[in-house]
Write a protein that binds this ligand. Structure first.
Ligand SMILES: C[S@@+](CC[C@H](N)C(=O)[O-])C[C@H]1O[C@@H](n2cnc3c(N)ncnc32)[C@H](O)[C@@H]1O
Length: 393
């Protein structure tokens, strides 16, 4: 019995609060699942995987973890070997550590892929006495990791104010990247196999989390649920000695907005080359990015198929290219192909779709979700091309 619990005479709640330093208990060994807190219903659990090695802790609610624990991927290693490593980690002036290209890296090349040491739901409810300031909940999650994973985790940067964030929530907030985790939605639970859904999950990686932010990044991060690994790909050619960077924020906001976001949510001042441009050049860059954002909002808000003049889309693609924003360039090209299919002509539409495909293959590889969208659009093109045309009389 817990010594604190047996010595308390102040009622159940006080008794339980006294247990705050250790409220975890193992509920399954194979794979290892630990219930973090048994004081309230629906308490989150920790899954330690791969089985027996605990290189990764996965934090979620029990029903999700039961399904996640059964994934076969936990027994499949991923291959991280590259003939010549693409990068090394080194100090970068004003940014802490970062990733530096060790050799020239070609656009579209996979730079690195790795599994996280920590993964979990982005929002999870903890008991009232488990706060970011005391870190009790997240410290309990880290406790079961293997020594190499724990060392890798605690070596990561922490930019969060220590008065409000214990070191473990501080490291998690500083380093987490978004991941996609297929989960069964409530309808699917009632009717297994009906459909799967995705929720917001995040993960902390020993190496990927070393990449610094840049407002004109040269690498793109994607997460592969098939291997449960994060991947960086070069979105343009990267020279040996260049820093490898990704983005932590929307790149279509103007510089002041981007910097304010990073300062208030990530607790650092952006020192990238774009934010350091001379004022006149920065104004030009800001104006282009805001026009790209306006166009992307217009596309999202328009009913399908969006009736947007192709001249405007072409102009926006040009701005995205000038700014080096390849994801935005791809999204604009994809939309352009849809607009052209309906209003201008299939041949031109196919040209735009091909360009969009090239962009997404480069930045996300063959498994890109955008390529699936392009395949769907291609099938529509084929059907329309095969359909008898009305007589033009
Ligand atoms: C995910 S970590 C990146 C790796 C980190 N530099 C390190 O030393 O491990 C994020 C932290 O790196 C620093 N950082 C990243 N991008 C930066 C930038 N553009 N300007 C200044 N600091 C940056 C900030 O301290 C930020 O909180």
């Amino acid at each position: 019995m817990n010594p604190h619990a047996s010595s308390s005479t102040d009622g159940v709640y006080t008794t339980l609060l006294l247990q705050e330093a250790d409220t975890t208990r193992t509920i399954s060994w194979n794979p290892q699942i630990v219930l973090s807190d048994h004081r309230y219903e629906g308490a989150p659990c920790f899954l330690y995987a791969p089985e027996g090695q605990a290189d990764l802790v996965f934090v979620d609610y029990f029903p999700s973890l039961q399904s996640i624990a059964s994934w076969s991927i936990w027994n499949q290693p991923i291959h991280l070997q590259h003939p010549v490593p693409a990068f090394f980690i080194a100090p970068i002036h004003g940014k802490g550590l970062g990733m530096i290209a060790q050799r020239p890296i070609n656009a579209g090349e996979m730079i690195v892929t790795e599994r996280p040491v920590w993964a979990g739901r982005s929002r999870i409810s903890c008991a009232a006495d488990q706060t970011n300031a005391n870190g009790i909940f997240h410290r309990a999650a880290i406790r079961g990791l293997s020594e190499p994973s724990r060392i890798a985790f605690f070596a990561l940067a922490n930019s969060y104010p220590p008065a409000q964030y214990d070191v473990v929530p501080g490291i998690l907030n500083t380093n987490c990247l978004g991941i996609t985790v297929p989960t069964r939605d409530s309808r699917a639970q009632q009717n297994p196999g009906s459909r799967t859904d995705t929720e917001t999950y995040i993960a902390c990686f020993p190496t990927l989390s070393r990449a610094n932010h840049d407002c004109t990044p040269n690498a793109h991060y994607v997460f592969s649920p098939a291997t449960f690994a994060g991947e960086f790909r070069a979105i343009r050619n990267i020279a040996a000695g260049e820093e490898i960077t990704i983005t932590y924020t929307s790149l279509c906001a103007p510089s002041a907005e981007r910097c304010a976001f990073l300062a208030t949510t990530r607790f650092f001042d952006c020192r990238c080359a774009t934010c350091a441009l001379p004022a006149a050049q920065l104004r030009v860059s800001d104006a282009r990015r805001m026009r790209i954002r306006e166009m992307l909002v217009k596309i999202e808000e328009a009913r399908f198929p969006p009736r947007i003049p192709i001249s405007e889309l072409r102009e926006a693609v040009g701005w995205a290219r000038s700014e080096g924003l390849r994801v935005e360039e791809g999204r604009l090209l994809l939309c352009g192909s849809q607009v052209l299919t309906v209003y201008d002509g299939l041949d031109v539409a196919m040209g735009w779709a091909k360009e969009a495909r090239k962009v997404f293959e480069t930045i996300e590889g063959a498994r890109s979700e955008y390529l699936r969208k392009l395949d769907d659009a291609y099938r529509v093109h084929q059907r329309m091309a095969a359909a008898p045309r009305p007589l033009n009389i």
